[in-house]
Design a binder for this molecule. Structure first.
Ligand SMILES: Nc1ncnc2c1ncn2[C@@H]1O[C@H](COP(=O)(O)OP(=O)(O)OP(=O)(O)O)[C@@H](O)[C@H]1O
Length: 245
């Protein structure tokens, strides 16, 4: 039984994921139970091959579990059609990738506008929203720069602005600092945390960098696909969530 001051944003119950490689089966995630609360800032840590990307793909509704269930905003993702799942993902989840994934021929402003334009927002409204997001990540003076003219840290800040443009409830970031030096990695995580706190956006990001774990509220540790958790730094919202059994 679970008592909560707010409903979980995302809940995984008994989630396992395996892949087949010819005849051999790889158990990438094993019986994971976890609830992510609105506004939580969560790191998923583990060595290479421990299941971090698999976990992020399931949290972002990009993949389905082999067994168990994933509920997002109270809806069982397995009961949604592909179109409904894509619609939910587009509306409620932003993504940040380790390789930034910006479009090289577009300016910073155009890259950030893109998700809104794909969603059929008008150009002026999309540009206004993108300008605001780029200012939030400290790039108000770099609107016209193409990705090649930006540093790695600046490119990742553009990617953060793009992930936030639709005001998602959750941002999922698979190794967002893997291509950054340690100074920029810390800056990017601090920026994500500031935004999480000021806007109430939940962030789930994977990392193999132990130094970044000091900056988070909550740590999910993966070892060979099995999860353990460290809630020492759990925020108020999460600490009010009490698991009784
Ligand atoms: N599409 C796939 N097909 C087969 N095996 C896969 C696939 N994706 C992941 N795996 C395997 O599942 C396990 C977990 O992989 P995953 O990529 O989730 O780990 P990770 O912690 O993100 O690793 P890394 O830090 O190296 O990116 C690994 O043994 C990996 O080889």
């Amino acid at each position: 039984m679970t008592i909560s001051s707010a409903a979980p944003l995302l809940e995984m119950v008994g989630v396992s994921k395996h892949y087949m490689m010819g005849e051999s089966r790889i158990d990438a995630l094993k019986a994971v139970d976890v609830a992510i609360m609105p506004g939580e800032f969560v790191a998923v840590w583990g060595p290479s091959g421990s299941g971090k990307s698999t976990f992020c793909n399931l949290v972002g509704l990009l993949d389905a579990p082999s067994s168990g269930s994933v509920h997002f905003q109270g809806q069982d993702a397995a009961l949604l059609s592909d179109d409904q799942r894509s619609g939910l993902r587009n509306r409620a989840i932003g993504f940040i990738f380790q390789g930034f994934n910006l479009i090289p021929v577009l300016s910073a402003l155009e890259n950030v506008m893109l998700p809104l334009q794909v969603g059929h927002a008008g150009a002026r409204a999309a540009a206004d929203a993108a300008r605001k997001r780029l200012a939030e990540v400290g790039l108000a003076s770099h609107l016209a720069h193409r990705p090649a003219k930006l540093s790695g840290g600046q490119q990742q800040r553009v990617a953060i602005a793009r992930a936030l443009i639709g005001s998602p409830a959750l941002v999922v970031a698979d190794e967002p600092t893997a291509n950054l030096d340690s100074d920029n990695a810390l800056k990017v995580i601090s920026l994500m945390r500031e935004i999480s706190k000021s806007e109430g956006t939940a962030f789930v990001f994977s990392t193999h960098d132990e130094r970044l774990l000091e900056r988070v509220d909550r740590r999910i540790m993966l070892h060979d696909g099995a999860m353990t958790e460290d809630r020492r730094h759990a925020p108020a919202a999460a600490s009010q969530w009490v698991k009784l059994c």
